[in-house]
Ligand binder design. Structure first.
Ligand SMILES: Cc1cc2nc3c(=O)[nH]c(=O)nc-3n(C[C@H](O)[C@H](O)[C@H](O)COP(=O)(O)OP(=O)(O)OC[C@H]3O[C@@H](n4cnc5c(N)ncnc54)[C@H](O)[C@@H]3O)c2cc1C
Length: 366
């Protein structure tokens, strides 16, 4: 049995901790605040396996499989809901990108296909479809309240023997971690500290190629019948929400300070998301129920930093806006790698030195 510390009680860290303990390891999770109080609690909870790349498709499929498996109690529910994404008729660049994606997805066994206007209207009666040129559907999709995933996973992890310490910031120390002023020995440390991951490693003299960046979402108080969707031409996504309709976008293409960022939404984002979603879903001036910002993490190539960094030290970050929907599989991958299995080679965090200059690119952009 190995003593393992996981720094970060978000969706990824909790999944990894649970999987490690289930495999027989002695695991402690350190969370600086409350569980899920980082990005997980701010995520939109859009879940799908609609990825074109081979590895991404495998990770996406495995995640949805696990979300379904876990959706049997402990307060977590995977709400099966199809996902449509589309481009406007004059937007040939995005239209052809969607067609290519769908063909690649199908070759990887993803349940996706193109939709004609009649099919799209049948699926989404409230959607304004007149100007849509290309539309696609992924059936293996749904949504959830992300905090309930973290709660469910923490319950499962505790039952499997994981010790979870909340309100306990942790720092890397020689052969272990420093938490609450005391050094505690651990043979292995997994840093899954979300937007703080770079900071946690930097304080111990290690550099990774990751930048936190701000994104935003809101909930409109509106009764609307719709699947989940992404309007690629207008650049926003939406999903049904118990209080109406959740709408997201507002990506800031500059690095945020993981401590000192603005947690409130921008007035500009709220006005424009409300207007665009209102037009697309036939809602006249829908009231905004709430709006918020949160952090995502970018890497130079858009792929995660997931795996071994140096002896006894592993890292899990860099999800480019897609960390929650992939958490069940990403946590599983890192748990397996820690236990000696091979990781996902293109996600190897040592492929970068940490000194790279790179732009922040929106995760969902086509
Ligand atoms: C508005 C918005 C919408 C989003 N929508 C989606 C979506 O629909 N689908 C999707 O897949 N993704 C979405 N995301 C991205 C998603 O939220 C993240 O990718 C995901 O939650 C990352 O999980 P994590 O466990 O890696 O990090 P986090 O949830 O950030 O967890 C890291 C934890 O580490 C803790 N921590 C940090 N430093 C320390 C320390 N020194 N010691 C102890 N603990 C520490 C933090 O408090 C935090 O709880 C969205 C993000 C935002 C902001």
């Amino acid at each position: 049995m190995t003593r393992i510390a996981v720094i970060g009680g978000g969706a990824v860290g909790l999944t990894a901790a649970h999987d490690l303990a289930r495999a027989g390891e002695d695991v402690t999770v350190f969370e600086r605040g409350a569980l899920a109080s980082g990005s997980t609690d701010r995520a939109a909870g859009v879940l799908y396996d609609a990825y074109a790349g081979e590895i991404d498709a495998r990770i996406g499929k495995r995640s949805i499989e696990r979300f379904r498996e876990f959706s049997v109690g402990d307060g977590f529910e995977f709400h099966e809901t199809p996902y449509v994404w589309f481009a406007q008729a004059g937007d040939e660049r995005r239209g052809s990108a969607i067609r290519e994606q769908v063909s690649e997805m199908c070759s990887r066994g993803i349940d996706a296909g193109l939709l004609d206007e009649r099919e799209l209207t049948g699926l989404a009666p409230d959607l304004e479809t007149n100007d849509i040129g290309t539309a696609a559907l992924a059936r293996n999709a749904g949504w959830t309240d992300p905090a309930t995933y973290a709660g469910m996973m923490a319950t499962k992890a505790r039952k499997t023997g994981v010790e979870i310490r909340t309100d306990t910031p942790a720092a890397l120390a020689e052969a272990g971690v420093n938490a609450g002023g005391d050094r505690e020995p651990f043979e292995t440390v997994v840093v899954a500290a979300g937007a703080h991951t770079k900071r946690v490693l930097e304080k111990a003299g290690r550099s990774i190629a990751m930048k936190p960046y701000r994104v935003q979402a809101l909930v409109l108080d509106a009764a609307v019948e719709t699947p989940m969707g992404y309007d690629a031409s207008a650049g926003f996504y939406f999903r049904p929400h118990p209080d109406g309709l959740l709408v997201g976008d507002g990506t800031e293409d500059r690095e945020s300070d993981p401590e000192g960022w603005d947690r409130a939404s921008d007035a500009g984002f709220v006005a424009s998301a409300r207007e665009r979603a209102g037009e697309r879903l036939g809602l006249a001036e829908p009231p905004v129920e709430r709006a918020w910002a949160g952090l995502c993490t970018a890497t130079p190539d858009g792929d995660p930093l997931l795996g071994w960094l140096e002896e006894g030290l592993y890292v899990a970050t860099g999800w480019q806006g897609h960390g929650f929907m992939r958490a069940p599989a990403l946590g599983e991958v890192i748990a397996r790698e820690v236990r000696g299995e091979s990781g996902v080679e293109p996600f190897d965090p040592t492929r970068f030195t940490g000194e790279e200059e790179f732009p922040i690119v929106e995760g969902l952009a086509l």
